[in-house]
Design a protein around this ligand. Structure first.
Ligand code: HAM
Length: 417
């Protein structure tokens, strides 16, 4: 027997209803704020991610699902959405219209990570990107829309961690300062290599013996240039105005290299090690990295799988699936033909209706009717057919009445109003 590949899982009813509802809730505030739907391919040129996300990140260097297609092109299943969205914005010159270009997307992403609770190799994100302006009020909008999305999805036990990662003016000098500090610290060889490649990531090292040596490390937030500091001040002022609460997180490090200035992560305390339920920030250099014009951008991605786990951790009641209104129970061929048409008509009228298939007997079919959660069961036997009626049973009370077959659909519609 085959099983789903390691690090993946099947979404099955009724939990899958919850998935759909949560995915919709997470982006609902963004849709009210003018973000339009974009769908990009699930695979892209490998070089797009190598360049956009960064060769030195774990995502690119260790976690990508990369393959050659039959035409010899190197393609990669997308490990995240931002690079593909920016590629599409550049390819279709969306920036030639009014700015910012506001887009939202939802779909699967793929990372070859070590699977554990809340960490999958195939996972679903919803994503928004606002491209074309470096207005700090837009950063605050983006952050507030994530906060609103989590609340719309039923969560309250989460925190927003916020910082600024500086820009091309102040980050290089800070990076040098941090490297100088880290070269004097007692580190293993792998970490020493990271000091030279990607020193900010060392700040994120989870090992206590490393962390103990980093307490005095210089922090980006303390070395912002005047423009970045002013930008960050306005972001915080706007967030306060929007009623969004945050904690300063000067050691926040993200797993993708494109971030500049405002950077954030939402963490949930009920999730254990994989506590990030969403994250994002500004990426003012991404467009030029991909060969486009100087287009700033800001956005986020929220992890749908983790939001589902967080809802469970908070005890948010499960989403109810659409309840069946009418369940039809035909007894015999002629009745099956008749009720199949009735069920079709009910569905066209917008009612949830189902019927017993497979020529099942009355007892088994009534069991299915009960299980369906239907309000009414409609039973049609040979004697009913001869009399031109159907038996409509109220499954809540057990009461039963004969209803004229010719007006069955309209009568049921009236009964369900
Ligand atoms: P990210 O922080 O890599 O950002 O991912 C965003 C969210 O996706 C995480 O906070 C987490 O909830 C979820 N996630 C990531 N990896 C996994 C996994 N292996 N299993 C389950 N959930 C996962 C980005 O992807 C950026 N593209 C966000 C962004 C958009 N920045 C600017 N615009």
């Amino acid at each position: 027997m085959f099983t789903a590949p390691k690090g993946t899982y099947d979404l099955l009813p009724p939990a899958s209803e919850e998935f759909l509802a949560v995915r919709a809730a997470l982006v609902a505030p963004a849709r009210l704020a003018g973000y339009g739907y974009i769908e990009t391919p699930i695979f892209e040129d490998t070089a797009l991610f190598a360049r956009g996300v960064g060769e030195s990140t774990d995502v690119v260097s260790k976690e990508m699902y990369t393959f050659d297609d039959k035409g010899g092109r190197s393609l990669t299943l997308r490990p995240e959405g931002t690079a593909g969205v920016m590629r599409a914005v550049l390819e279709h010159h969306l920036y030639a219209g009014p700015l910012p270009v506001k887009l939202w997307a939802a779909g699967p992403n793929f990372r070859y990570e070590r699977p554990q609770a809340g960490r999958f190799r195939h996972f679903t994100q919803v994503d928004i990107e606002a491209i074309g302006l470096d207005d700090p009020t837009l950063d605050a909008e983006v952050v507030a829309l994530a906060d609103g999305g989590f609340r719309a999805a039923g969560l309250s036990g989460f925190r927003l961690l916020l910082t600024s990662l500086g820009d091309a003016t102040c980050r290089p000098a800070y990076r040098k300062l941090l490297q100088e500090y880290l070269r004097d610290v007692d580190l293993d060889e792998d970490t020493r290599r990271r000091v030279e490649l990607n020193p900010l990531r060392v700040l994120d090292d989870k090992r206590p013996q490393v962390q103990a040596q980093l307490t005095e490390a210089p922090l980006m937030a303390e070395h912002l240039c005047a423009d970045c500091a002013a930008h960050y001040d306005v972001v915080r002022e706007r967030l306060a105005g929007l009623g969004v609460r945050w904690a300063e997180a000067p050691r926040l490090v993200r797993g993708l290299d494109y971030y500049t200035r405002t950077t954030f992560e939402f963490v949930h305390d009920g999730l254990g090690a994989q506590s990030a339920i969403g994250g994002g920030g500004r990426y003012d250099g991404l467009s030029t990295l991909l060969g486009g014009p100087d287009l700033p951008g800001v956005g986020w991605a929220l992890g749908v799988d983790r939001v589902l786990l967080a809802r469970r951790a908070e005890g948010v009641p499960a989403v109810e699936s659409t309840r069946c209104a009418v369940f039809a129970v035909p007894l015999g061929e002629v009745a099956t033909a008749r009720l199949s048409a009735v069920v079709g008509a009910l569905r066209r009228a917008g009612l949830a209706a189902d019927m017993a298939y497979g020529g099942r007997g009355l007892k088994g079919a009534m069991k299915s009717a009960d299980r369906s959660g239907a309000t009414y069961a409609v039973v049609l036997g040979e004697r009913d057919l001869a009399a031109g009626v159907a038996q409509v049973k109220d499954l809540r009370t057990g009461e039963q009445q004969a209803v004229d077959l010719d007006s069955l659909v309209t009568t049921l519609q009236e009964m369900l109003q």
